[in-house]
Each structure stands twice: as structure tokens, then as C-alpha cells.
Design a protein around this ligand. Structure first.
Ligand code: GLN
Length: 321
């Protein structure tokens, strides 16, 4: 039994006080861990983030909220938008067509890797790495404007304040040649649809949507609640699609750290290089974390540490029950 285990795996439901205490501890642990990471600088605008910032927000199905630290700070959603892109693709194209453009396998490579795309397969390994998201964006770009997709992000995140962070967008546009290379490689293979430049432009804009830890908690809640916003009763994502989304978040959501996160935390999650981490825990419960100091894989060090603690304390691991 580890020091942090308080509940037996014969999962009794933790009390409100136990939940609050666990989040408080997770916040302290996460905040202390920020010194071990580094903010992303390959997109110059992201290097301006405060590496010591950390916030953790929770929203449950009854509308109970917890928030510790920097939960109102706006930051760019980055790769967490890939979940939204996947949801839109599943909704409009359906399962079969979506997975005729992209596979559903963990890549084991970095999020922006081009390697296996060139050597192993024509289709991107999964929708939650850059190549997969860029591919899906190419299939949506004719049908949806940036504003349409931002509207859907606002609904899912229950956050009307979400807007385009122009500075991050311009920075991504200027420094995004690796993503352009991925788009052109996909085009050369006859996989990417439409214009690679138009595709990456929309992808950069979606990565530059500004969110907060609270917005990510709301998104996590909708996903953990089978696609229904429990506060309004609105059906936003088909439950069958949520099953697919959660499975891919579990297996691929933290890039080449997904296996370890699956073992240590065991909660479907999705990270972004802006420092965001969105988790869909059972309950239903959404957890949104913001800590821009990243590990070598591009995941928030504080976010991962805090989630490890919460998973143990509250038996959140999918194999705890
Ligand atoms: N916009 C970033 C990129 O394309 C997203 C990557 C991430 O968050 N891991 O490089």
C-alpha cells in the first residue's frame, strides 16, 4: 500500500470533504513539480508563459466545482483541440469515414513526428498526434469555418470567453514549418484533402483557441458524461463517439507518454504544449489542469503529478473498479 492510498479498491464513494482534500493536496504536489519542467519555446509566443503557474479545476455532474491556483488564466488549448476535431469528424463523417483517413494506433513517437508517416504508413497513426489532427482538419475545412469550430469548442467547454489568441496564432503560423511538412507529405501520398496551406492555417487557429483550466474541466465533464452537458441536458456528442474518443485519449492522449500515464493515472486525458491537461474521470467528473512547464514529451509536469495523486487518492484509475 502506498502512502497516498486512502480508499480501498472496493471503491466506496469518497465524501465531498475527501474529494476537496485530495484536490488541495494534488494542487500542492503539482505546484512543487513545476520547477522540474520547461515551457515550450519552439512556438516563441508560448515561451512567455510563467513556468511556475499552476491551476487545477474540477466540475462534477451535479455542478459542484473546485478550483485551486491559476484556473482563470487564459492559455492556448494546443493539442487538446484534437479531441474537438475528432468529435466533429465523428459527428459529420461518422466512424467509418473518419477512420478511413486516420488509424487508431498509439504512435510511440513524439507528437510532431513525421517518421512513421514516411516509412511505415500512409495514414497518420491516430487523430491525437499532429499528423492525424491535420489530416482530419483537411477533411473538415470545406464544410466548417474556424468560427463554426470555435462555436462548438465554446459549447463543449461551457466557455463563451474562448477566442482566438492572435499572438499565439501568428507565432504558430511563423514557426509552423514542421506541420506544413506533415501536411505536404500527406498531400504527396494522396491522403490529405484540399489545400495543405488552408488546412494548416485552420489547424493553427484551432490550436490557438484560448481556454482556462475551468474550460478544460467542463470539456472533461461532457466527455465523462457520455457527451451530455449535465448542467443543461444538451446532447453534444453521440455516446458511441464518446466511447471512441475516450479510448483514444486513454491510448494516445499524452503522445509517447500515454502508456505510462495509462498505468500511473489510468484516466482518459489529453495534453497540449500550452500546458493544458484535460481529463475525463468517472463520476462523472471533469478535471482541467494548467501548468506550462512541460516534460520532455510535451506534457505538463505539474498536471501529470497532480493527476497521479488524484488517481490514487480517489480511485480514479479505470482498473480500480
Ligand atoms: N500547435 C502545436 C503543434 O502543432 C500543438 C502540439 C501540442 O500541443 N502537442 O506543434
Amino acid at each position: 500500500m502506498t502512502e497516498t492510498t486512502i480508499l480501498s479498491s472496493a471503491a466506496r464513494t469518497p465524501s465531498r470533504e475527501e474529494i476537496e482534500q485530495a484536490f488541495r493536496e494534488a494542487y500542492e504536489i503539482g505546484r512543487a513539480a513545476t520547477i522540474t519542467g520547461k515551457v515550450a519555446d519552439y512556438i516563441p509566443e508560448l515561451a512567455k508563459a510563467n513556468p511556475r503557474a499552476f491551476g487545477i479545476a474540477m466540475l462534477d455532474g451535479e455542478g459542484n466545482r473546485l478550483a485551486f491556483g491559476d484556473t482563470d488564466t487564459r492559455f492556448s488549448i494546443q493539442s487538446v483541440c484534437k479531441v474537438i476535431i475528432l468529435a466533429v469528424s465523428l459527428k459529420t463523417k461518422g466512424f467509418r469515414e473518419t477512420f478511413s483517413h486516420v488509424m487508431m494506433e498509439p504512435s510511440g513517437d513524439a507528437f510532431n513526428s513525421i517518421l512513421k508517416l514516411d516509412t511505415r504508413s500512409n495514414l497518420p497513426f491516430n487523430p491525437l498526434i499532429n499528423a492525424g489532427a491535420i489530416q482530419l482538419v483537411s477533411t473538415l475545412a470545406d464544410e466548417f469555418s474556424f468560427e463554426d469550430l470555435m462555436g462548438f469548442a465554446r459549447e463543449l467547454c461551457m466557455d463563451e470567453g474562448i477566442c482566438l489568441d492572435q499572438a499565439v496564432y501568428h507565432s504558430e503560423f511563423e514557426s509552423g514549418n514542421r506541420n506544413r511538412a506533415i501536411a505536404y507529405l500527406l498531400k504527396s501520398k494522396g491522403v490529405l484533402q484540399g489545400d495543405p496551406e488552408k488546412t494548416v492555417d485552420l489547424y493553427f487557429k484551432l490550436c490557438s483557441l484560448s481556454v482556462t483550466a475551468r474550460s478544460l474541466a467542463s470539456l472533461g465533464l461532457v466527455i465523462s458524461n457520455d457527451g451530455v452537458n449535465p448542467l443543461t441536458g444538451e446532447h453534444l456528442i453521440d455516446p458511441e463517439h464518446v466511447r471512441t474518443i475516450k479510448s483514444l485519449m486513454f491510448t494516445c492522449g499524452l503522445y509517447d507518454f500515454s502508456g505510462r500515464f495509462g498505468v500511473m493515472v489510468g484516466v482518459p486525458g489529453k495534453s497540449g504544449v500550452g500546458g493544458g491537461l484535460m481529463c475525463a474521470a468517472r463520476g462523472p467528473m471533469g478535471i482541467g489542469l494548467y501548468g506550462p512547464a512541460l516534460d520532455e514529451f510535451g506534457n505538463s509536469v505539474a498536471g501529470v503529478k497532480a493527476m497521479e495523486h488524484l488517481s490514487r487518492r480517489l480511485n480514479l484509475h479505470v482498473f480500480d473498479y
